[in-house]
Design a protein around this ligand. Structure first.
Ligand SMILES: Cc1ncc(COP(=O)(O)O)c(C=O)c1O
Length: 399
């Protein structure tokens, strides 16, 4: 999203600085294209949107209206998904530490994927206590797709026979789906591997076919070219991912009974469509190093700014901009490591604005009330998605 001074100043006057701006039209266009690409190959494909990535209810409701499911990992996220109008049978509940709502969620037809044996025992104990009800759920399996590290999530593939045997001992319990998610593995080959391994597992453990197969997340989404080049050349596009994942599933389930295939995109769907406008407070030169202090923080834009240089647009407001080289753009907090961007070279002065792109994921939801409350988020349509937090709201839970 590109911004001009007039629109920035008008928005800042209305909503304050800093400010998140959501590009709603472009988000929807991308969402539909992503979904179409997968459904074009496998009609029973469904998006299960990762709430942890950005649970702004306004955005979650848009996804619900589009027919998307919700992927949640805590009772808090489950409550948000329900508030956003999702019935339990349109919610996938993952995560290693599920809350008290788990039992009612399963009984309502929700899809819970068990992460560990303790959780499995917990569900089987529910089932034992209520022989008149049926408990249907999925298992998260921990597979090796060549990611080069040992993931801590799910039940080890080697322990699946024991898990299925345990469930078989309980008459009113049934495994209906299989799930996996492996972080830091966004290549096309990683997706081919996970589809192949998971399809082999469902063939072995569900002779009649599962009700669903959920392959987690971790695909590159659309992004600004300046960011894309930092991830390497020739990143896979949606077509490439859909061929890697949906084609083998379609081939295995060519008959009448087609399990629902989920992936759980978060960043893929939202990252590009939220920008963060922040105002330059000062430009300092200290011992040969330049620091541009802004009224935002690295906490506003999330961990990605520590790993990559985000695309940044400079909008001059001061008329006093001067050239700086290799400057750090630093935040309002008193942390030395509150750096939003390293190596900025360009014209800048106090009063100018910097707009960071690609900050939709793990940004507003990860912002702690540290030193300042969080700021406002508006949609390109003019709707307020989140109003700025007040001091009262930050302190009201402290006795
Ligand atoms: C189980 C699960 N699903 C989906 C996601 C969303 O991943 P991303 O934001 O990379 O799309 C995550 C992220 O950690 C996850 O743990």
């Amino acid at each position: 999203m590109q911004f001009d001074l007039q629109s920035i100043e008008e928005n800042i006057r209305r909503y304050g600085s800093p400010l998140y701006v959501f590009d709603e039209e472009a988000f929807l266009e991308n969402y539909r294209r992503f979904e179409r690409t997968f459904q074009g190959i496998y009609g029973s494909y469904r998006i299960s949107y990762s709430y942890k990535t950005n649970y702004a209810p306004y955005i979650c409701r848009l996804i619900r209206q589009e027919g998307g499911y919700a992927e949640v990992v805590s009772d808090m996220e489950l409550a948000i998904a329900r508030k956003c109008g999702n019935p339990d049978d349109h919610i996938v509940y993952n995560g290693p530490c599920k809350g008290e709502a788990l039992e009612s969620f399963i009984l309502n037809g929700g899809m819970a994927n068990v992460d560990n044996f303790e959780e499995l025992e917990r569900i089987l104990a529910f089932a034992g206590a209520h022989p008149d009800r049926t408990y249907r759920f999925g298992l998260r399996v921990n597979i090796d797709i060549g990611q080069g590290f040992i993931s801590r999530f799910g039940i080890d593939e080697a322990d699946l026979p024991a898990a299925f045997a345990k469930v078989a001992e309980t008459e009113n319990a049934q495994v209906i789906g299989l799930h996996c998610h492996i972080g830091r593995s966004r290549t096309e080959q990683a997706w081919r591997n996970r589809a192949e391994i998971m399809l082999e597992l469902v063939k072995r453990y569900f002779p009649e076919g599962p009700e669903y197969l959920s392959l987690g997340s971790g695909m590159f989404g659309e992004m600004d070219g300046r960011l894309a080049e930092q991830f390497g050349k020739d990143l896979p596009d949606y077509e490439a991912y859909a061929r890697a994942v949906a084609e083998p599933v379609a081939a295995q389930y060519a008959g009448e009974k087609k399990p629902v295939l989920f992936t759980e995109p978060g960043t893929t769907l939202i990252n590009k469509y939220i920008s963060f406008i922040t105002k330059v407070v000062s430009v300092k030169h200290i011992k040969g190093k330049t620091f541009i202090t802004v009224d935002g923080s690295k906490h506003n834009i999330g961990e990605i700014c520590e790993l990559k240089q985000l695309p940044v647009q400079t909008v001059h407001a001061s008329g006093a901009a001067k050239a700086v080289e290799n400057a750090d753009i630093v935040g309002y907090t008193c942390l030395e490591h509150d750096v939003l961007y390293r190596g900025y070279t360009g014209q800048i002065a106090a009063g100018d604005y910097l707009v960071f792109g690609n900050v939709g994921g793990y940004s507003n939801v990860s912002k702690p009330p540290f030193i300042k409350p969080n700021c406002c988020m508006v949609s390109s349509t003019g709707a307020v998605i989140k109003r700025a937090e007040s001091v009262e709201e930050v302190i009201c839970t402290y006795e």
